[in-house]
Design a binder for this molecule. Sequence first.
Ligand SMILES: C[S@@+](CC[C@H](N)C(=O)[O-])C[C@H]1O[C@@H](n2cnc3c(N)ncnc32)[C@H](O)[C@@H]1O
Length: 320
Amino acid sequence: MFSMETTTVPVQSTVTRYSPHARATIFHGDRLDLLKQIPDRTARLVITSPPYNIGKKYEKRLLFEHYLEQQEETLKAAHRALADNGSLCWQVGNHVSTDGEIFPLDIYIYQICKKLGMKLRNRIIWCFEHGLHCKNRLSGRYENIVWFTKGDDYVFNLDTIRVPQKYPGKKAFKGPRKGQYTCNPLGKNPGDVWVIPNVKHNHVEKTAHPCQFPIELVERLILALTNENDLVVDPYLGVGSAACAAILHKRRAAGADLSAEYLELAKQRIELATQGKLPRRPLGKLVYVPNPGDTITKRPKELGQGNGRHPYDQSHLLFA
Ligand SMILES: C[S@@+](CC[C@H](N)C(=O)[O-])C[C@H]1O[C@@H](n2cnc3c(N)ncnc32)[C@H](O)[C@@H]1O
């Protein structure tokens, strides 16, 4: 059995063999070549954000059908490696075709996972406030995480991810619990709409990767869906955000990427996570809301009246 204390090599250098004894396997190569080396039913969580087939610098645009076939191959291989009480989380946005039509990827991933016999437990909406400004449709400000389980019996540690209540001082006003606090003292269920900033240039976690996970997004899922020493796999590792979250919470990690450049960054970040020195936005930190008195929030006179909306109207901000 793997033990954090007895592992001599905390982080494997970039490799082409999966090691069940390493704290983190950083695999240089195709996701299928890693997944096929992971023994059946040994990963408690497979969590990833695949390419969206939108022509980012780390992917080639494919025919959409061909792209979906590749996703199906990845999902099949992940399903085989998954423990019977394990979970699979696919974080996706939209594929956008060259004529601007959008294809929400979770719709297609859902159909593949159902074919594999998995069960959908949540479709989490990840909201963020910043991103590209669209001209021909509304700007996209959310993506999804579809959380599937392999079966009906699955790890779900709700207490580890509870959040503070809005009204912790609320008391029952009638019934047998009259006068008692109504809230769970451990906090409330965080719900399925998560407002977490995406990793842009001024984010403390920003690296050279154009589309990395915020660590706090993965952290919450790792805490809820795995236990200490469990194996967490990310088939499209990028700069290793999922592996970092796993290591920070004493889980094991394995992930693959085709890019040696990203894997070098992943290795550095995982090592910092191991030493407790990884710069990151802490889980549960409130989203910054600018103070209406700040100079930067005031509309300069030379910009005129704009659309006449009240300058303090923050209805464009999520949950402001
Ligand atoms: C959306 S990014 C994942 C970013 C990652 N979540 C992070 O936080 O850094 C997708 C990654 O998949 C990698 N990739 C693309 N095709 C791959 C393949 N066939 N096998 C493994 N990795 C691949 C790309 O290099 C890219 O880094």
